[in-house]
Design a protein around this ligand. Structure first.
Ligand code: ADP
Length: 502
């Protein structure tokens, strides 16, 4: 909002004056509602409806200046006083000029006036000053002792008692109080739309986001993982974008939808489940909490429920949050016989998830497991983990090549490296992303060995230029691939899940 420095400390005398066409029917005397009622009470036949109509008719006779002044008396910071010919006109004008309202509006105090050709909006700012805003496509004018200044669409001016705001032919004289006490009659000539409760959650959410961005902007160290660091998992990424990224980024699009907050990513170890969740958290600018089911089971014994509650509370305070639970089967494994402890943990988690849904919190839980069918039925049946996403090892040469390129992007490859041939080999071996990462590292180490870099390190003659001149050759890769296949592809040791596999 642009505040223009029109200052007017001159205060005209407070006697009521008729100004301009809009109020021209008025004789100069405000008819207090009490006396209006007593006039009407002479008629003993009057019905309640006609009494109200009478009150309205008389209310209309109270000059707009006074009706507005009565509203200024009750307007607080966050309120906007709007006058127009109809509520629809006011709505249209405010909508078209919404960009100039830079504070959250909590209450609309609306005063209808048949005579006004346009809309005028007044708000109380944080310093309790009254501002007028022009929401019309045409200029309004502010008249004070120093003359007349145009108020263009979207501009706002401070106004003081005695100033006149001109909306087409209607002159509104700003007063700090109406000529007569209208406090008991405001409800007749005004309507109040109180949005305090509606906007509160939005304000809290926005504030939290701003507070968190303070920390995020405060010196980001190192490169953060993004979707660019994940290869061959486009479908998984797309599913997670639709399920988490878009609802967090564009909440207004999901106002009338039920948003799913629980996801299960399942598939072999080393396929990038953790990597994807981490990248997703960064892309979403979300707070990322990573847990390991196995560790939790041993560390949280006896206090699991309390820990879950604390964890979700922390996630709530720092929303948007993504809670990633690796080895989920360790906390939510199928139970045989009576397992009261496990039951409690699963139930607590489901209750917390249900609260998240009810409150519409921006908390998403991604649970990763190597085997979906090992999860307790309560988890899958509840619907709280509504989306199951399969993450597999890449099954195309293109997928392998993407991962290969990601892991070699900061390395020099010799011209004899045939990437396509290598990718086909890796595909036949059913390598995962973790395997490819391992093979590239091993090839790099082979190149260190071959060029004598390790030797130089031993002797102390190593310099950075040795690395700059380094190229990984086809031979380095072949050796790494052979070692890998001789080891039966054991680059990634799944921790723990096998003990439940028996
Ligand atoms: P998971 O959680 O499925 O067991 P991780 O995400 O922990 O697998 O993968 C381990 C490492 O393997 C990652 O940090 C990354 O270096 C590499 N990796 C795995 N999958 C991919 C992939 N699709 N794209 C790029 N790198 C990958």
């Amino acid at each position: 909002m642009k505040i223009l420095p029109v200052q007017n400390y001159y205060c005209k005398n407070n006697t009521y004056q008729v100004r301009g066409g809009g109020n021209s029917e008025h004789t100069g005397n405000v008819v207090p509602f009490a006396s209006a009622k007593s006039i009407k009470n002479d008629n003993s036949q009057v019905s309640f409806t006609s009494l109200q109509t009478t009150a309205l008719t008389l209310a209309k006779k109270i000059p707009l200046d006074d009706r507005l002044a009565a509203m200024f008396q009750v307007a607080r910071h966050g309120d906007i006083v709007v006058t127009a010919k109809s509520l629809k006109d006011a709505q249209k004008a405010l909508k078209e000029s919404s960009a100039c309202f830079q504070n959250i509006i909590k209450r609309f105090l609306y005063v209808e006036d048949e005579g006004i050709q346009g809309t005028a909006a007044f708000l109380r700012n944080a310093h309790d000053e009254l501002e007028v805003i022009n929401p019309n496509k045409f200029d309004m004018f502010l008249i004070d002792q120093s003359g007349q200044a145009p108020i263009k669409q979207g501009e706002s001016f401070y106004v003081l008692p005695g100033d006149t705001v001109k909306v087409n032919d209607t002159d509104i004289v700003i007063k700090d109080k109406p000529k007569a006490d209208l406090s008991l009659h405001r409800h007749i000539f005004s309507r109040v739309f109180d949005l305090t409760n509606d906007v509160k959650p939005a304000i809290q959410k926005q504030n939290l986001k701003s507070i968190l961005s303070l920390v995020k902007q405060d010196g980001v160290k190192g490169k953060k993982l993004t979707f660019e660091d994940v290869g061959g998992q486009d479908k998984v990424i797309n599913d997670l974008k639709k399920g988490i990224l878009y609802p967090v980024k564009y909440p207004e699009a999901y106002e009338n939808s039920i948003v799913n907050h629980g996801f299960i990513m399942y598939g072999p170890p080393g396929t990038g489940k953790t990597l994807i969740a981490q990248a997703l958290a960064n892309e979403t600018s979300a707070n990322f909490v990573k847990l390991n089911g196995l560790e939790m089971e041993s560390k949280w014994v006896g206090e699991s429920e309390e820990n879950w509650r604390n964890l979700f509370e922390l996630a709530r305070e720092n929303q948007p949050s993504i809670i990633f639970i690796d080895e989920f089967d360790a906390v939510a494994k199928k139970r045989s016989g009576k397992d009261v402890y496990g039951d409690k943990v699963v139930n607590q988690l489901l209750t917390l998830m249900s609260d998240v849904e009810k409150n519409g919190d921006d908390i998403y839980v991604i649970a990763a497991t190597n085997k979906l069918n090992m999860l307790d039925d309560a988890i899958t049946r509840s619907g709280r983990f509504g989306q199951h996403i399969e993450v597999n090892a890449p099954d195309t040469v293109e997928g392998i090549l993407k991962i290969f390129d990601i892991h070699t992007r900061n390395k020099s490859l010799a011209s004899d490296v045939d990437k396509n041939k290598l990718a086909k080999e890796l595909l036949d071996m059913k390598t995962t992303g973790a395997d490819i990462s391992h093979i590239v590292n091993a090839a790099n180490e082979n190149a260190f060995e071959r060029t004598g870099i390790y030797k130089k390190m031993e002797e102390g003659s190593f310099t950075k230029s040795d690395i700059e001149a380094l190229e990984i050759t086809s031979e380095d890769f072949s050796k790494a691939v052979n070692e890998f296949s001789n080891n039966n592809g054991k680059t990634y040791k799944p921790i723990g899940f096998r003990q439940y596999d028996k």
